[in-house]
Design a protein around this ligand. Sequence first.
Ligand code: HEM
Length: 401
Amino acid sequence: MSTTSDDRSVIDWATEFDHTNPAYNENAHAIWSDLRQRCPVAHTDRFGGTWLPVRHADVSAIAHDTENYTSQGVVVSPHKPEAARPWGGAPPITSDPPVHAEARRLLLPPFAPKVIEGWEDTTRTLCRDLMANLPVVDGVVDAAAHYSQHIPVKVIAAMLGVPESDGDLFRQFIYRILEHPGEEFDLAPEDTLEYYLDQRIAEHEAEPRDDLISYLLNVEMNGQKLSREHARGSVVLLLLAGIDTTWSAIGSALWHLATHPDDRRRLVAEPELMPIAIEELLRAYAPVTMARIAAKDHELGGCPVKEGDWVLLPFPAANRDPEVFDQAEEVVIDRARNRHAAFGLGIHRCLGSNLARLELRVALEEWLAAVPEFSLAPGGTVRWSTGQIRGPRALPLAIGS
Ligand code: HEM
């Protein structure tokens, strides 16, 4: 399959794919299905050489293989991370064994199920506020811009202890780091995420609070506090991992319900179906593709991977593999057996999955309670993100029709 996009030429996704091309996320399901049949490990010379396996078996094997792959780089860009630090830049996602387990253990308590349950009321209140203030023009609202994107930003800002009003700033960081990796931006030092977080960390050092930044500044590992670099790296991770991902999952779920009225009406009529439906929406529209760097020369599905090559881990493609899921390309809203890989596989499995599920459930419950009938706005354009996190960035919905 080749696809033409507005800004770049026709692409053969098997040999010259570019996951940052807008046509990739827009056509992702068809591209993966095509590759699965004719070239299950695709390659591109871009970014210094990158592989794209699309079968569940390959994605799972790589995610579990910490000998042949390192997590020191998880976002593909033309610039590889500099010489390995044990923790990487954003622990634990950039850490390898054996230090990964320690960096991960530190973060488990604030993301435990009981602690996350405590955030339900805050999440529900902010979803209700957003619904009450939706800027509807002629019956149309952009649900990505005015609803889904605000929910994770506000929740993680409250958890970390940074101002909610800095949401626009966080989205700029995400735009640069996740949506346009490796691109040069003309930035003053004070425009960087590192500078921003150093300011917030200094405020917390001067005046400790009951929040995640103070937790990371005080928690001990092997009897010692974390280095400033480690603590800041984990804050970077929580800020980036928590926002774009959940924003995308909520937006894709709304996109599905806007385009599948039977599923939407069934969810409204049978709200008890919500937890099962959420797992299916996460399977079918999993937003997160991570990456690894090959640590050694080796073979992957018969392909010669060289040390230093990038390898994308498209968990969303694994979730649509017919070898593993019946009716893999369809949303079966009451799918009973659903061991999906949306939150990853292996040692880096998502630490924020309880929070992500809470935000997704509450966001959909509150949307459906206020707006049970909606569809894509006629003539409106849905715009999908670019890069490794897939979700709608513009989602014009006609509501109440
Ligand atoms: C629907 C929303 C989300 C999805 C689909 C998702 C998906 C993932 C995936 C696939 C990984 C594995 C990465 C890898 O193998 O390299 C991961 C890791 C991680 N996620 Fe999430 N995530 C979501 C939301 C969140 C939230 C809300 C947080 C916290 C605020 C979070 C925190 C993390 C952390 C800390 C890791 C690293 C774990 C480790 O390296 O041990 N995620 N996530």
